[in-house]
Design a protein around this ligand. Structure first.
Ligand code: ZN
Length: 156
């Protein structure tokens, strides 16, 4: 995302919009952009530097480490901030800064139930197995007592 310095008035500029995916090479790692990146920025020029403050959001499709299902996760950069020296007279490319912040906020071990109300299938399974085990054991115990009672009855 290139900012044209000539278009920035002395009082600064508010920018909102969408940009193409900045992390397309991560698709081979199972991280796929599920839409454009959205940004809201305040940009200004002061004393030979450019500053920018704002927020970014990039929806991505990730694979849950627990249940291996794909889910959409919005990578949020709530306080994106750049302060960079102006090197050329024309434009400043903010994409490398945005890219870095998006990568920093990418979950290393994504879980489909980390942020939403969604229930991870793996978590549900883990929660149910012990109860099923208990029920099966309880049923077996009843069966055993039943056999024992029959035995006792037979003796009488
Ligand atoms: Zn999951």
């Amino acid at each position: 995302m290139k900012v044209h310095l000539k278009q920035i008035p002395p009082e600064g500029l508010h920018l909102e919009g969408e940009e193409d995916c900045l992390i397309p090479e991560l698709e081979s790692d199972g991280v796929r952009c599920a839409g454009p990146m959205q940004y809201q920025l305040d940009i200004g020029v002061a004393e030979g530097s450019l500053w920018a403050n704002g927020s970014l959001q990039q929806p991505v499709e990730l694979t849950c480490v627990a249940c291996l299902e794909k889910f959409i996760h919005p990578i949020k950069v709530p306080s994106f901030a750049v302060h960079t020296e102006l090197r050329g007279p024309e434009t400043v490319d903010l994409s490398p800064f945005m890219r870095e912040d998006i990568l920093l906020n990418l979950p290393a071990h994504p879980r489909c139930d980390a942020e939403s109300s969604r229930k991870c299938k793996a978590a549900i399974k883990q929660g149910e197995t012990p109860r099923e085990d208990r029920e099966r054991r309880a049923a077996k115990r009843e069966h055993d007592w039943g056999e024992l009672n029959k035995l006792k009855l037979g003796k009488k």
